[in-house]
Design a protein around this ligand. Structure first.
Ligand code: DOR
Length: 429
């Protein structure tokens, strides 16, 4: 079956092209990119006025399967991904049981194929049961298809284990993804430590707890000459440490989330649990440093840290609520509204950070529009105005820090492997 995406603004960071043109898809692959491709009975998508991008890739989501399906599962989470314009997501292993062996990795890959509507990649645990005591079956998991290794969900305190883990993953050139926050320093806090936490009388998580952990993690990766990826960077100190490490040639990459890039700790004044997340929303000086880091390439990717929880878990007093919230369905809107329409990032830069770079970091072939590539394509309208309404989300996580906000920019069509799986906000599978 043929599909023609006609007259869109094709932006492809892989070769830095930005042209108006057509893309022809057949049997799941891009077979032609050009001007005025003949229609001859093919299904046509009129993309005039819209942006046609390589499918968005979210390298950091929590799909909660197995064991935590009240929060999310592969069916609901990948539908949320499709609704948000993502064609590939990589899921974290902090499930019950934790994904710390090859049987679970292959089980999730299979569930992705049968239950998922977008491409699902798996991240295996670094330590058994995520306990930080013993290495998990890292080599086996990588050979089974895990694209990265991580104890995300919490910080890995055990420095020796992280060193051994990096020495091991380094042999496969497989990135370790770290949740870098020194828990001894941050662990009792509920929000960013600063003027707002002092005013509210809430214990804070100091930014230096993140700086210290990022510095340690990078030093270990440098020592082991192994690739490391710092998840959800939120502190200005961490940005500078990563910048300096890149200058030294350390194999370090980093991501920032739409919420850390567009919101501050001022939001916490409402004690709304939808703003509770780890690392916490920080003050505007940190936000500015993150954006500068994105701009100069210190931060390579934008990832959601989509971390849904059941409604009743979040619907409690602030200190008892779990950290995290849904992010897949608001990511593109938040980034276009907060970073593109304010002139901070170009569309080319945004697509690079949300598709091309995550693919590169995870060693995926996707993230580009070229002849012969699998047809994973996102069509979005950067001018589309809409209001966030969590109740309508496909994800089971009905809390979002962006609830009721007006966004400018939305994915209108998600194409996975040549099939339209989302159109005008509706997931078709
Ligand atoms: O707030 C968070 N929630 N941060 C994380 O790193 C983990 C996540 C979760 O799994 O709920």
């Amino acid at each position: 079956m043929k599909l023609l995406i006609k007259g869109g603004r094709i932006i492809n960071p892989a070769d830095h092209t930005d042209v108006i043109g057509d893309i022809l898809v057949e049997n799941g692959k891009i077979i032609e990119i050009g001007q005025k491709i003949a229609t001859d009975g093919t299904e046509v998508i009129d993309a005039s006025g819209l942006v046609v991008a390589p499918g968005l890739i979210d390298m950091h989501v929590h799909l909660r399967e197995p064991g935590l399906e009240a929060k999310e599962d592969i069916a609901s989470g990948t539908r949320a991904a499709a609704a948000g314009g993502f064609t590939t997501v990589a899921c974290m292993p902090n499930t019950k049981p934790a994904v710390d062996n090859s049987i679970l990795v292959s089980g999730i890959i299979q569930r992705g194929q049968t239950e998922g509507v977008v491409n699902l990649k798996v991240i295996g645990a670094l330590s058994k049961r995520l306990e930080g005591k013993e290495l998990a079956e890292i080599g086996d998991m990588i050979q089974t298809g895990a694209v990265a290794i991580s104890d995300d969900g919490g910080h890995l305190d055990n420095t020796r284990l992280l060193k051994t883990g990096l020495e091991y993953t380094g042999m496969f050139e497989c990135p370790v993804i770290t949740h870098s926050e020194d828990e001894g320093l941050a662990g009792e806090g509920f929000m960013h430590e600063g003027a707002v936490s002092a005013m509210l009388g809430v214990k804070g998580r100091p930014s230096v707890a993140e700086d210290i952990a990022v510095a340690r993690d990078i030093m270990l990766a440098e020592y082991a000459n192994a690739p490391i990826h710092i998840a959800h960077v939120s502190s200005k100190g961490a940005v500078e440490i990563i910048r300096q490490a890149k200058k030294r040639g350390v194999k370090v990459t980093a991501e920032a989330t739409p919420h850390h890039l567009t919101l501050t700790d001022e939001e916490l004044k409402t004690f709304n649990t939808a703003f509770k997340v780890n690392p916490p929303l920080r003050s505007s000086d940190h936000v500015e440093a993150l954006i500068a880091g994105l701009k100069d390439g210190t931060i390579d990717a934008i990832a959601t840290d989509h971390a849904p929880h059941a409604f009743e878990e979040k619907d409690v007093e602030f200190r008892y609520a779990p950290s995290g919230f849904a992010g897949l369905e608001t990511a593109l809107g938040a980034v276009l509204t907060g970073l593109y329409h304010t002139g901070k990032l170009t569309l080319m830069e945004i697509i690079e950070k949300m598709s091309y770079m995550p693919a590169k970091i995870l060693g995926l072939e996707s993230g580009t529009l070229k002849i012969g590539a699998q047809a994973d394509i996102t069509v979005f309208d950067p001018e589309y105005i809409w209001e966030v309404n969590c109740i309508k989300f496909y994800t089971r996580g009905k809390h979002s820090p962006f609830e009721s906000r007006n966004f400018k920019g939305k994915a209108l069509i998600t194409i996975v492997n040549g099939s339209i799986i989302m159109q005008n906000g509706e997931v078709l599978k």
